[in-house]
Write a protein that binds this ligand. Sequence first.
Ligand code: C2E
Ligand code: CA
Ligand code: CA
Length: 278
Amino acid sequence: AKELGGNRYEAYTERLNGDMYRRWTLEYELRRALERDELVLYYQPQVEAKGQAIVGVEALIRWHAKDGRIVSPAEFIPIAEETGLIVPIGEWVLRTACRQAVTWKKRGKPGVEMAVNVSPRQIRQDDFVERVKAILDETGMDPHDLQLEITESVAIEETNDAERKLAELKRLGIRLAMDDFGTGYSSLGYLQSFGVDTLKISQMFIRDVSGNESLAGIVRAIVAMATSLRLTIVAEGVEDQAQYEFLKSLGCDRIQGYYFHKPMPQQEIGKLFLESVS
Ligand code: C2E
Ligand code: CA
Ligand code: CA
């Protein structure tokens, strides 16, 4: 067993330094990953609850480190956000996702909406709208095929002018989704003031919804509210048939989850599309 020596303070600072060291190396490596093309996009299909046809995909970033490890965004996105690296990373994500969507469309797979996560830090840039426009121009992406996923944390920063910027993007035809609804500082007012079109029910509520009456009640209430606001409802993290049947019966429009499709690399999803085209 490890000798603690009774010096708790030492153990504590050691742990702190360990964390800081880890964060520092991660930041350094992440910067290089961006330069060396180690970042990859996976795409997870969203299916229509009724017909189960693929109607959209969400772009999800992965880091294929040179040691062969695939690093999850849950690990590096928070650090990218703190360091500001999320800005160049987020632009790379948007550009890559748009390019991919244009390619699929050219190859005969129309009608698939591309959903891209944007962090509050990106939206906070003064020229956020111009940057998005530039990427649309550069890639030939139709703004009507693009959905930006924002989180409730956008709303708590008051000085970033997010409302105006998002309204401008909406005028181009881009749609907005509120991600992980119900987990942050939700206010129904934000849905309206940001002009949100789609509400994504957090997998936190869905994971244990079967046999849990209070979770089922929350989900019912969210769906009822979203329906009366005429929002498109996406249920996330659907892993089994019971969850799927429940959400479909409530009137959820779209399902995203392992039960139907996991996030997959571009080649794999391309195959899936071609099968469904022919
Ligand atoms: P998110 O935006 O809520 O994305 C959904 C997450 O749920 C993804 O995790 C997806 O793989 C996972 N998921 C989907 N279906 C299921 C299911 O049935 N069961 C379970 N257990 N999980 C499911 P992932 O890809 O690890 O991403 C984690 C988070 O990292 C994302 O959560 C998002 O907040 C962030 N992220 C990922 N890519 C980007 C990006 O390009 N930009 C930004 N800013 N954030 C990103
Ligand atoms: Ca998302
Ligand atoms: Ca989510």
